[in-house]
Design a protein around this ligand. Structure first.
Ligand code: AMP
Ligand code: TRP
Length: 324
């Protein structure tokens, strides 16, 4: 089975990215052929500081490896370095109905947020994502819940293409984690944790211990005392319970029992401690990697070469099927 996923080189990597996506990647690489991409072309669809982009790509490469992606087992590469992604995007755009793109939740949200810059790239974003996935004849796409709709559209595009031009693409499947597919903001627990929000709302994968403690202690909870999982009535504490459970591998039920009558403050202190401890190896690995630019470049070059071989093979087939 082949696995493909990616993250945009924007903002800091946070525990939502980790629990929703990267944690699954690390497991999958033990048994499957995995390809993990830094999707820089996707990140051009919203305003960004041009001079910062290369630094952000390097940061994301470090984040993948520090969080456990093993470059010996998985391919890690930068999207814009394999030109077949843009080429296939155009070809797929000719079989994608405009209406399908216009009804995508992420498009609607971003069009609202960036009212003054609704560029065509923002609308076509899911076609580029479909190209990423289909180029590699992917079976499994491990992502958080917000990306499930895009994977569903990818399946639809692949089916339509296969029907029109003959069997060409494998139909991929999204893989969402059972818990953690949507980690919520610490400040507004009804909204997903997002790297483009205020840093107070997320725990960065490399946050210093003091920052972790400060953010968790300030996390929004309700005015009751009971530590109980109840998404609709107690979204804040439920989110913290999910985070605790996923970093400790203890079930939410057991944690509820363990902290019965202990109060929110005590629970938050313990959660902060847990996160500080569990994220420590990531921080250490990051520091190490920051000094090894040559090594990182080698990984990306090697990754690009391996990705290209697969991508070119698919492109050849696609062009032939389309009569090009
Ligand atoms: P992004 O940061 O939007 O590039 O997302 C990278 C990956 O992290 C995707 O697979 C997302 O679905 C996942 N992800 C982003 N935010 C969250 C979140 N709050 N909870 C769970 N998964 C997330
Ligand atoms: N759109 C995804 C996100 O914002 C990132 C992404 C781009 C991706 N191409 C992909 C994820 C292919 C999985 C597979 O999170």
């Amino acid at each position: 089975m082949r696995v493909f996923s990616g993250i945009q080189p924007t903002g800091e990597t946070h525990i939502g990215n980790y629990l929703g996506a990267i944690k699954q990647w690390v497991k999958l690489q033990e048994k499957h052929e995995c390809i993990f991409c830094i999707v820089d072309l996707h990140s051009l669809t919203v305003p960004y500081p041009v001079g910062e982009l290369q630094k952000r790509i390097k940061e994301k490469t470090i984040a993948y490896i520090a969080a456990g992606v093993d470059p010996k087992k998985s391919i890690i590469f930068v999207q814009s370095q394999v030109k077949e992604h843009t080429e296939l995007t155009w070809l797929l755009s000719t079989v994608t109905p405009l209406g399908d793109l216009q009804r995508m939740t992420q498009y609607k949200e971003k069009a609202e947020k960036y009212k003054k810059n609704i560029n065509a790239g923002l609308l076509n974003y899911p076609i580029l994502m479909a190209a990423d996935i289909l180029l590699y004849q992917t079976d499994i796409v491990p992502v958080g819940k917000d990306q499930a709709q895009h994977v569903e559209l990818t399946r639809e595009i692949a089916r339509r293409f296969n029907k029109k031009f003959g069997e060409t693409f494998k139909i991929p499947k999204a893989l969402l984690p059972k818990a953690g597919a949507k980690i919520m903001s610490l400040v507004k627990p009804n909204k997903k944790m997002s790297k483009t929000d205020n840093p107070q709302s997320y725990i960065g994968l490399f946050d210093a211990p003091e920052a972790i403690k400060r953010k968790i202690m300030a996390a929004q909870t309700d005015s009751e005392k009971e530590i109980k999982y109840d998404i609709s009535q107690k979204p804040g504490i439920s989110n913290l319970l999910t985070i605790y459970s996923l970093f400790s591998d203890i079930s939410v039920k057991k944690i509820e029992k363990q902290f019965k009558d202990k109060g929110y403050q005590f629970f938050k202190e313990k959660l902060a401690q847990l996160l500080i401890e569990k994220l420590e190896p990531f921080r250490r690995k990051k520091k190490e990697l920051e000094l090894r630019s040559g090594y990182l470049e080698k990984i990306l070059t090697e990754g690009r070469k391996r990705a290209q071989i697969i991508a070119q093979e698919t492109m050849k087939k696609v062009k032939q099927k389309m009569g090009l």
